[in-house]
Design a binder for this molecule. Structure first.
Ligand code: FEO
Ligand code: CA
Ligand code: CA
Ligand code: CA
Length: 614
């Protein structure tokens, strides 16, 4: 019998209640299984997971803090067509918890960002190497077994891309003065990618990984912090986020995180290192020898993800990316060259126009070009050339008068009609004076989802927008119908977002660790995932996660009968005192008192073999 609540033709499952348990819960008729937790070996010598793994071993294993990901059907020509039982899963590893990474951290009073130090204040170089190798991206072949579970398949394409992998700089910033370094005096190459939050999938079957909160990984101690660092919030005193510059070997790949003007020129010190970060990086998962490419034309900011309009033969490529920080902006890129399926490549992302959004009170909006010589972006106003505009994307967007948003997280495009949705996760610092129609609540604790329609011409500079949902509790929320959320769907802090091929909109939440399960946030339970019908605005809770985590990342096999999501940072709400006493508040997924909580992918199937969500 079909479950109750089947009023929406897209949503066939029964909503589950909120949960504070240390488990994954899915609706009746569904099964959730764990795949590739942190430390799972995927390549090289396939070293088994242990807290004692070395830095080198970590480079052959799944990294920490799984985030955006995509299932690429094996031997497939398209990212959405081909095998539903065999593929390359490409997964971002956003950041790390050093305390769950090193045996040396056991029994220390460490919070999630703290790291163990030696008595002299330096760090063991191998610990730093392990942390760098736990960042980046994993490419791993996985296959479905007869019982519906999935497992890792050894394959020459299995690969770790890390904070040390050599990369090329492409687009207008390539060769610019601002990216010339000791490592690459001609400004064409760099090392590594960090804080890989969410992702994108190009129409030509490659993966994009987005560098989000990279700024604090660098320490700048210059008297005057240059605007290309200052506007992004690089660390300015103490140490960088993880103190990688403190590695006791003093090697260049670690020392570069002290990004200050200490020597005579940029090619003798590390002042320009941070300018190599904040980009979207293209990876070809099918070619394990390929060099990742930093696509600078898409701008430099705290990129959350990249989403594409369905490509149209002979028309420009159109994609979007949000800058996830309080009162930052939403961007759109339009390629200069038209798309042709037979020849499309990453070159389409190297030459085009970056726009930033302004939302008007009347439900219209406009795209403002961040193009040298236009909208006042000229030398008289401090912008020397297009490379300077792109390295300083936020400053350029400030200058043209973009609309400051309540922390733009993921976007998603409805595959049926091109409507664009973006989560705005929260902004507790928006004042009553700063409220506008697109960000209508002061001290926005709960977040909302905005959407817009570009009209017939996707590249046109105007659009029409509305608010899909104001998240929050029963007495402070609003669905498309005008009605409030109820016990089947209250949620807060929308973050991950994805459309399946049928047009179901999946919404994932990230209530922050400092407020999770506390006060007014307790009513939402642990972070969760819901499904929405974009036509009716109906929303229903589908999954609840374990303690201390967020749910992020969603992808499907082409037949939509397997869904993959990620559980990131379980146990992150364990306090420093609890950690020092050995009392970790989550043991997900192993549920073994000897094993720390680990981020992992979760595979969801329907017991009758049906499409997820029906
Ligand atoms: Fe990495 Fe904005 O989430
Ligand atoms: Ca996120
Ligand atoms: Ca978030
Ligand atoms: Ca997060």
């Amino acid at each position: 019998a079909r479950p109750a609540q089947a009023s929406s033709p897209l949503l066939g499952f029964r909503a589950i209640p909120v949960s504070e348990a240390d488990v994954i819960t899915v609706p009746e008729g569904y099964t959730a299984r764990v795949l590739i937790p942190y430390g799972e070996p995927i390549t090289g010598d396939f070293p088994r997971y242990s807290l004692n793994n070395t830095g080198e071993e970590q480079g052959m294993q799944i990294g920490h803090h799984h985030d955006g990901m995509h299932f690429f059907p094996i031997e497939g020509a398209s990212p959405y067509e081909g095998s539903s039982t065999d593929g390359l899963l490409v997964v971002n590893h956003e950041y790390i918890e050093p305390r769950y990474t090193h045996a040396a951290a056991v029994g220390q009073p460490l919070s999630p960002d703290d790291f163990p130090r030696k008595a002299d204040g330096t760090r063991e170089a191998d610990q730093v190497l392990k942390e760098m190798n736990a960042h980046g991206v994993s490419v791993v072949r996985i296959a479905r077994q007869n019982d519906g579970s999935w497992s890792v398949v050894p394959d020459e394409r299995n690969r770790r891309i890390t904070a040390l992998t050599p990369m090329e700089i492409q687009g207008p910033v390539r060769g610019s003065e601002l990216v010339k370094t000791k490592y690459s005096p001609d400004g064409t190459r760099t090392r590594g990618t960090i804080n890989n939050c969410a992702h994108g999938v190009t129409p030509w079957n490659t993966y994009l990984t987005c560098e989000e909160n990279w700024a604090r990984y660098f320490l700048n101690s210059d008297e005057v912090v240059p605007r290309e660092l200052e506007r992004y919030g690089t660390s300015t005193d103490g140490t960088s986020r993880y103190g990688w510059e403190l590695a006791d070997s003093g090697a260049d790949e670690y020392a570069r995180f002290t990004a200050s003007a200490l020597a005579g020129s940029a090619t003798e010190d590390y002042r320009n290192e941070p300018n190599n970060f904040g980009w979207v990086v293209e990876i070809d998962p099918f070619d394990p020898t390929s060099t990742p490419q930093k696509r600078t034309a898409l701008g430099r900011f705290a990129h959350e993800n990249v989403i594409f309009q369905p490509p149209v033969e002979g028309q420009p490529i159109v994609c979007y990316s949000g800058d996830d920080a309080r009162s930052e902006y939403i961007y759109k890129y339009v390629s200069a060259q038209p798309y042709f399926q037979a020849t499309a490549s990453g070159a389409l992302l190297d030459d085009g126009t970056l726009y930033v959004a302004r939302y008007h009170e009347d439900g219209t909006g406009e795209w403002l070009a961040l193009k040298f010589g236009e909208n006042g972006l000229t030398p008289e106003n401090g912008f020397r050339n297009q490379a300077d505009i792109l390295v300083n994307t936020r400053t350029a967007a400030d200058f043209v008068g973009a609309t400051p948003m309540d922390r733009p997280e993921w976007g998603a495009v409805d595959p049926r009609n091109g409507m664009v949705y973006f989560t705005l996760t929260n902004n507790t610092r928006r004042t009553p004076e700063e409220v506008d129609a697109a960000n209508p609540r002061p001290e926005n604790n709960w977040g909302h989802i905005i959407r817009w329609d570009e009209g017939a011409d996707l590249a046109a500079p105007s659009f029409r927008w509305d608010l899909f949902v104001l998240a929050g509790p029963k007495d402070d929320s609003r669905k498309l119908s005008g009605r409030a959320l109820n016990e089947d769907n209250i949620f807060a802090c929308p973050d991950g977002l994805g459309f399946d091929a049928d047009g179901r909109l999946w919404i994932q939440t990230d209530i922050g660790e400092s407020v999770m399960n506390q006060g007014e946030f307790a009513q939402f339970g642990n972070n969760q995932m819901l499904a929405a019908d974009p036509n009716t605005g109906e929303i229903r809770r589908f999954l609840t996660g374990p303690i201390g985590q967020e749910i992020t990342g969603v992808t499907w096999t082409p037949d939509q009968r397997t869904m993959f999501i990620n559980v990131q940072h379980p146990g992150a709400t364990t306090s420093e005192e609890e950690f020092a006493a050995g009392n970790v508040n989550s043991r997900w997924p192993d549920q073994n008192p000897e094993i720390y909580p680990r981020s992992a992918t979760v595979v969801i199937t329907k017991d009758d073999g049906g499409i997820i969500g029906t």
